[in-house]
Write a protein that binds this ligand. Structure first.
Ligand code: GDP
Ligand code: MG
Length: 300
């Protein structure tokens, strides 16, 4: 027996799934207290599965953020994104199904019935209660309670970090006693390179419009950490040649803005000065190309 692990230590996976835009990534960031997963007002921002690990001497909760459920995948990229969702259905100790106050209980919620039938412990987290009022929220909980036991329904505001602590408390009630899965110093499974590429992608989501955000991937090609500064080079991969001038913008203005936004966030994340260099490349139709998808870290 490992003597470092206290008696009664709890550990396990709490896997967050839900429709796009309900606030899954906002929640995992709020729970871990770090910006792990990018957040934008647009749907389908998250493309990967990202673990956020909460460590205390008595427990280790591994939260997993996933892409929003895509009911009709349009390209191979979407299918790869859904693979992460399916994976998270299979390795959960606890499922956290997120809905928001704009959802109507009783309508169709992909996978919810399947999770209930599977018997995996389930928390139904009702997010964005800051956009509702107390009376409406109580009504909504009563309706959800027809499907999920009331003690497993947790109303929160991920954005305002309101009642998110209840998720931790309930998780600990539902998780088994087990040794930690990860080093207790570790708070994510993702590398600094991955987080960097995601931060850049977030800025592309906010600085460009229409199909552009959904057509772009970011690859960090170089990450050199030195005393007091990090030198980063990244490629922005466009899906079609016509997207390249849009990403660069007149006189390079768009690319410059994306770079400045990203650099500011990265300097906060890494607590160091960052030097960021970016290039736009075209990989014709990469979203449908197995080799490119594999290069970009999808299980194609
Ligand atoms: P995801 O697609 O489920 O990961 O959702 P995100 O975390 O990316 O959030 C989608 C949008 O909802 C963003 O604009 C968030 O700022 C917003 N959002 C997330 N949580 C809350 C919340 O508790 N209240 C409000 N009002 N907005 C929220
Ligand atoms: Mg997300």
């Amino acid at each position: 027996m490992d003597l470092d692990i206290p008696e009664g230590h709890k550990s396990g996976y709490v896997n967050i799934i839900g429709k796009p835009n309900v606030g899954k990534s906002t929640l995992i960031n709020a729970l871990i207290g770090e910006k792990l997963s990018i957040v934008t007002p647009k749907a389908q921002t998250t493309r990967h599965r990202i673990l956020g690990i909460l460590n205390e001497p008595q427990y280790q909760i591994v939260f997993s953020d996933t892409p929003g459920i895509i009911e009709s995948p349009k390209y191979m990229l979407h299918e790869m994104m859904m693979k992460f969702v399916h994976e998270s259905l299979t390795d959960a100790d606890v499922m956290l199904y997120m809905v928001d106050v704009w959802d109507i209980p009783g309508e169709s919620f992909p996978f919810l019935k399947r999770i209930i039938d599977s018997g995996t412990p389930l928390m139904l987290v009702l997010n964005k209660i800051d956009e509702s009022d107390q009376e409406k929220t109580v009504d909504l909980i009563a309706k959800w309670a027809e499907i999920v036991p009331e003690e497993n329904i947790i109303p929160i505001s991920a954005l305002k970090k309101f009642n998110t602590q209840s998720i931790i408390v309930r998780s600990l009630e539902l998780l088994p006693e087990a040794p930690p899965y990860f080093d207790k110093e570790q708070y994510t499974d993702k590398s600094e390179r991955f987080i960097t590429s995601e931060v850049i992608r977030e800025k592309i989501f906010t600085r460009t419009r229409q199909e552009i955000p959904y057509s772009v991937e970011v690859v960090v090609t170089s990450f050199k950490e030195e005393e007091g500064i990090i030198f980063i080079a990244a490629e922005i991969i466009a899906n079609r040649a016509t997207q390249k001038p849009i990403l660069i913008g007149r006189g390079g203005e768009t690319l410059k803005r994306i770079g400045t936004d990203a650099r500011k966030d990265l300097e906060i994340a890494f607590q160091k000065k960052v030097f960021l260099e970016m290039f736009v490349k075209v990989r014709e139709n990469w979203r449908e190309n197995k080799n490119f998808l594999r290069q970009f870290g999808y299980d194609a």
